[in-house]
Design a protein around this ligand. Structure first.
Ligand code: HEM
Length: 534
């Protein structure tokens, strides 16, 4: 620890030792006084009910402050907790500026929402520490998610059970698997590009359209073509209810009319249709057809494992029923949809705002395909050759990281640094944005500069800072697929489309809806790019 930090820690301890409200002895004595007062009040025969109720309410409020301050200790954060709700209203309407001021307030800061004590980490080192300390902290989701994703969903597994389950899913994101997905993606992109072009250059907010192209790519890649277009569209709409229920705190009981209730109904609709696709997949594979989606790839991998175990005389592997598979695929949608839609929106915006970079992306695509083969099918080899495009996608994700924070929960008391011990059961939140905007790793961090990832740039020398996809045992499973999807869509758009971004004074301001978007919804128009017509 540096001497400055030591001194600060020393001073904090000293202040706390001098009758500060944070001194444990002061807190303990306040607690005893309150307890005695309550006991006395209730034993008085003449005291009015109103007086007792008022005293109880005051006592509860005082206890709540005691509870909060005894956890907060010297951390930056609100001096007192708003009775009962804490920072609930801030969490209902989060702002990027609000997050920034929290991150700037210290390496660790805190807040409390209802009965939940939240510790927010801001530096790269401490965020990575949280992501890599399964003995102290594990991922958690907002309460509503347990209802929505179902309590038996694999995303709630931890430790060995999580490692084992996750190992079985790796097969879905191998190169072989990605090779199956890329032609599916290409078809979806073409359909949506045509839809955009059919608007005849109309100027409108495209954020929702980026969400839709992304949703359809996910559905078709994950589940194939069995699902009708109508069902796919309805799922896209239904999924909106799930995103809307992602707030930090929701009404605790999913009563009809609440956001969580609506999200549960949407999940039921989605899972029902997923199960129909899975049944169809099982039948097709039984007939010996080739896998055509992520779900097919998984069903086939399970079948192959079963055969291998039988041949080797080993115990049969665990069988997954249709519902389990459907719920797992739902988690992929859950993990991918909002993050990838956000990245796609910023991608189109940033490239329109930096035409020189878009030109270089186009030139690379023309060079690697050959001017006479611009319409050739998308392949992984083409993506491998798109070196500059990969730099561009990394820079988009760095500048506008879709996932700003990843909620974890402490499973035991955790002396996380020399100055502070996180209480057991607290939410502890690693942050990605500050690490991705650290000027030491990324000079002029607010500039969009894909060359910082090239051979002459510095960015690759700081791999620890690139926390876009998390880190540690729960790092993003779909990372390679997400990169490939973003690259593929930009590659195709760069050759087939011209687009204009109509900047407003809100274009660079960030709004938060589960992830981050430009506040004006990304106002654009599209037209066909003639160079590809040949
Ligand atoms: C730009 C797009 C994406 C971003 C920025 C992103 C980011 C993240 C982050 C930050 C985490 C938490 C990691 C941690 O706790 O250390 C995560 C987890 C996860 N992501 Fe992604 N993700 C993206 C796309 C996807 C896609 C397309 C899929 C699936 C097809 C996916 C599947 C998952 C899964 C399953 C987890 C949980 C892993 C586990 O708990 O073991 N993600 N992602």
């Amino acid at each position: 620890m540096s001497s400055a930090r030591k001194k600060k820690a020393h001073n904090t301890k000293k202040t706390n030792g001098n009758n500060s409200i944070l001194d444990p002895r002061t807190l303990e004595s306040a607690k005893t006084t309150l307890t005695n007062f309550m006991k006395t009040a209730f034993s008085q025969p003449n005291i009015s009910t109103t007086a007792i109720v008022c005293s109880a309410v005051v006592g509860l409020f005082a206890y709540e402050q005691y509870w909060y301050l005894s956890k907060k200790k010297s951390l930056p954060g609100p001096k007192f907790k708003v009775p009962i709700i804490g920072a609930f209203l801030d969490s209902l309407y989060p702002t990027f500026e609000g997050y920034m001021s929290k991150w700037k307030s210290g390496e660790l800061s805190c807040v409390s929402v209802f009965d939940r004590f939240v510790v927010i980490a801001s530096t790269c080192d401490i965020s990575r520490k949280i992501l890599n300390s399964p003995a102290f902290a594990e991922p958690t989701v907002v309460d509503s998610m347990t209802y929505i994703l179902c309590p038996d969903n694999w995303v709630f597994l931890n430790g060995k059970a999580h490692v084992d389950y996750r190992r079985g899913l790796n097969v879905l994101f191998t190169r072989r698997a990605l090779g199956i997905y890329i032609p599916i993606q290409e078809k979806v992109y073409e359909r949506h590009f045509n839809e955009w072009l059919s608007l005849d250059g109309k100027v409108e907010a495209y954020q929702m359209r980026f969400r839709e192209i992304n949703m359809e790519s996910s559905l078709r890649v994950f589940l194939g073509d069995f699902m009708s277009d109508e069902v796919a569209k309805r799922i896209s709409l239904e999924y909106f209810n799930i995103t809307a229920a992602l707030e930090l705190v929701n009404f605790p009981i999913p009563l009809p009319g609440t956001k969580v209730y609506k999200a549960i109904q949407s999940r039921k609709y989605i899972v029902k249709h997923f199960i129909e696709s899975i049944r169809d997949g099982r039948k097709r594979l039984e007939k010996g057809e080739e896998p055509k989606s992520l779900m097919d790839a998984w069903l086939q991998a399970m079948k192959e494992e079963e055969i291998e175990c039988e041949k080797a005389g080993k115990a049969a592997p665990r069988k997954f029923d249709d519902r389990e598979i459907a719920l797992t695929i739902l988690t992929f949608l859950f993990a991918s949809q909002d993050a990838t839609s956000s990245a796609l929106t910023w991608a189109f915006q940033l490239l329109a705002d930096h035409p020189d970079i878009l030109d270089r992306v186009r030139e690379e695509q023309i060079r690697i395909r050959g001017a006479d083969h611009l319409n050739q099918p998308l392949t992984l080899e083409l993506m491998d050759a798109s070196v500059f495009l990969r730099q561009v996608v990394k820079e988009i994700l760095r500048l506008r990281p879709p996932v700003l924070m990843v909620p974890y929960k402490t499973t035991r008391e955790w002396p996380i640094n020399d100055n502070y011990t996180v209480p057991k059961g607290a939410m502890v939140i690693p942050t990605t944005y500050p690490a991705l905007h650290d000027p030491v790793a990324y000079p002029n961090p607010d500039n969009f500069d894909p060359d910082r990832w090239g051979p002459n740039g510095q960015a690759e020398k700081h791999p620890k800072n690139f926390m876009v996809f998390g880190n540690g045992p729960h790092h993003c499973l779909g990372k390679e697929y997400a990169m490939m999807h973003l690259m593929a869509i930009i590659a195709q758009a760069s050759l087939q489309l011209d687009w204009t971004h109509y900047r407003t004074d809100k274009s660079d301001d960030i709004s938060i809806f589960a992830t981050i978007y430009p506040q004006d919804g990304c106002i654009m128009s599209f037209k066909k790019r003639e160079t590809i017509a040949a």
